[in-house]
Design a protein around this ligand. Structure first.
Ligand code: PLP
Length: 233
């Protein structure tokens, strides 16, 4: 199993480097975030041993369960929908929250981070493809949303995140990724106080190469590292 994971990561590394090269980008500007949701700590440790120390989870509960056993070597990213009443459980545990999608949530993160004497890095989740079923701010409302967040002193808006549609052909998501990058540039150009975004969290197992070609700085990869997830248990 461990050699499987090592092989998988090798393969992904090659593809990341290839995509970076094609786009004239530096590999070091791209973070491979290992999405460990539903996977046990013994398996996650194997990825960590291969050098993947930044881990993504979509549930607060799973971060809390894995936090102690995984220890200090790793850092955690919350990539899934976050309920306001659960912020208090993870505020001292996460490096980056990818899924800020309401002012109420941002205010709670700000309040808790302030109380903890720190500034919390966050991304704004954008529903870039306008899908009914998805969380996230609509592209045309993102600038106004970020203006509201810019008033909150204990959060730092580092960039934008999107969960692109599931597609057979990853090329189909290219316009989505390109659009998110354009949105980031456009908003940065507005020179909003305290806002200078540099992260684009986009691309998953199915489409991360295209995402990197279009400027992704964080690819969130689960299945291609750890294998398919089993939700029956
Ligand atoms: C599960 C998940 C991923 C990883 O998806 P894979 O297709 O397994 O790589 C990425 N981002 C989010 C928000 C997720 O929930």
């Amino acid at each position: 199993m461990s050699s499987d994971i090592m092989k998988n990561i090798d393969e992904i590394e090659k593809k990341i480097s290839g995509a970076a090269l094609r786009a004239g980008r530096d590999r070091r500007d791209i973070l491979l975030l290992a999405v460990s949701k539903t996977k046990p700590v013994e398996l996650i440790r194997k990825a960590v041993d291969c050098g993947l120390t930044e881990l993504g989870e979509n549930k607060v509960q799973e971060i809390m369960e894995k936090y102690e056993p995984m220890g200090e070597k790793v850092s955690w990213h919350l990539i899934g929908h976050l309920q306001t009443n659960k912020v208090k459980y993870i505020i001292d545990k996460v490096k980056l929250i990818h899924s800020v999608d309401s002012v109420k949530l941002a205010q709670e993160i700000n309040k808790r981070a302030h109380a903890a004497g720190r500034v919390q890095d966050v991304l704004v989740e954008v529903n870039a493809a306008g899908e009914e079923s998805k969380f996230g701010i609509r592209p045309e409302e993102t600038e106004g949303f970020i203006r509201e967040l810019s008033e909150l002193k204990a959060i730092r808006v580092c960039g934008l995140m999107t969960v692109a549609p599931f597609v057979e052909n990853p090329e189909d998501n290219r316009p989505v990724f390109r659009g998110l990058k354009k949105l980031l540039i456009d908003i940065n150009e507005k020179k909003i106080n305290n806002i200078n975004m540099f992260h684009l969290s986009m691309g998953m197992s199915n489409d991360y190469e295209v995402a990197i070609e279009e400027g992704s700085t964080i690819v969130r990869i689960g299945t291609s590292i750890f294998g398919a997830r089993d939700y029956r248990v």
